[in-house]
Design a protein around this ligand. Structure first.
Ligand SMILES: Nc1ncnc2c1ncn2[C@@H]1O[C@H](COP(=O)(O)OP(=O)(O)OP(=O)(O)O)[C@@H](O)[C@H]1O
Ligand SMILES: [Mg+2]
Length: 316
């Protein structure tokens, strides 16, 4: 049962891609910290080995660890993020024999909040272990599961006064970064058209608006599915009608992306929907076409990925 939950939550078999962790880490951490009083400090080795990872799943790991760091520092503070090459893996101060002499990239994420008492250190990766009133205790269990699926290791180091650090070891890849796919993804595609954005998070809405204006589109931002329906209906059939809609999947206490798309389809069967979500474990993201969307953007996104997805959807 637990292992089924974890498989589901981590998102199944990783879809791996060879990447360098530098920009990936910076984006993922900054996104997780948006709207909080926690500030990141990065020290990432320039020439670290490439790693082969599922970016969506690894992003999920970073999200869960940073969420814990934020919760450990309710008044705000700093997180230190470092990454670099290392040889062999040390878990709870012991070298893992089968990793001796092998190349890894080590990522550390450290906070300075109240740490974990010694007697709990062995439990934090257990499913359902939580010391929080509203904690599910799945965050770190999912991280552990994802990292193991990547043939990596995760370790925790903590002292009640000094704070907590998580160390992630990912095997170095000997494959080359596929330049072609990198370049394709890095290119920014400008375009024209009216785009409706629905996201309950004002910050995300603001970021998307900024991106869209820069890309040449005319954006309209709303914060709930109901408002999206209203806006869409208002201009439907006119020269101001929307060429695509970007919908956040989950809107706590409001109409989310799935229901919104269903209703939009009743109004306009040709509506072009792009789903956005920060929950990479969600089935709608991995199977967006089955759910009626024409495109998908996983948070954290970059202007490149947003521009690519819109271009693809508008051409379709
Ligand atoms: N950065 C941290 N500082 C202090 N304690 C931590 C930290 N990260 C994890 N812990 C401890 O480990 C426990 C398990 O963490 P985990 O993320 O798995 O679950 P949770 O945060 O309690 O709930 P959930 O992540 O499901 O919302 C936490 O309840 C807390 O006791
Ligand atoms: Mg947690």
């Amino acid at each position: 049962m637990t292992s089924q939950i974890l498989t589901f939550a981590r998102g199944g078999t990783p879809v791996k891609k060879v990447i360098k962790l530098d920009t990936f880490l910076v984006d993922a951490v900054k996104f997780s910290l948006m709207g909080t009083r926690v500030v990141p400090k990065f020290s990432i080795e320039r020439n670290h080995y490439p790693v082969e990872v599922d970016p969506t799943q690894l992003n999920h790991v970073v999200n869960n660890i940073i969420a814990n760091a934020i919760q450990a520092m309710p008044e705000g503070g700093a997180v230190d993020i470092s990454a670099g090459n290392c040889s062999g893996v040390t878990l709870r101060k012991r070298i893992v024999p089968e990793t001796k002499g092998k190349h890894f990239v080590k990522i550390s994420l450290a906070d300075f909040g109240n740490g974990i008492p010694e007697e709990f250190l062995d439990k934090v990766f257990d499913p359902y272990f939580s010391t929080k009133r509203k904690g599910g205790g799945l965050g770190l269990a999912i991280c552990h599961s994802i990292i193991r699926k990547h043939s990596g290791y995760i370790d925790v180091e903590s002292s009640v006064e000094g704070g907590t650090a998580f160390h992630i070891y990912l095997p170095a890849s000997d494959k080359n970064i596929s330049l072609e796919s990198e370049e394709k993804e890095m290119a920014i595609h400008k375009g024209t058209g009216n785009i409706l954005v629905m996201d309950d998070d004002e910050l995300v809405g603001g970021v998307l608006k900024h991106f869209l204006i820069n890309l040449g589109y005319v954006p309209e931002i709303v914060y709930d599915g109901k408002d999206a329906l209203k806006k869409y209906e208002e201009v439907h059939g006119s020269d101001k009608s929307f060429d695509a809609v970007i919908l956040d999947l989950t809107v706590p206490g409001g109409m989310g992306g799935l229901e919104c798309l269903r209703k939009l389809k009743e109004l306009d069967p040709k509506v072009k929907g792009i789903v956005v979500s920060g929950y990479s474990n969600d089935q709608v993201l991995s199977d967006y076409e089955k759910f009626g969307f024409k495109g998908m953007v996983a948070k954290p996104f970059t202007i490149e990925t947003v521009s690519n997805e819109i271009k693809k959807v508008l051409k379709a």
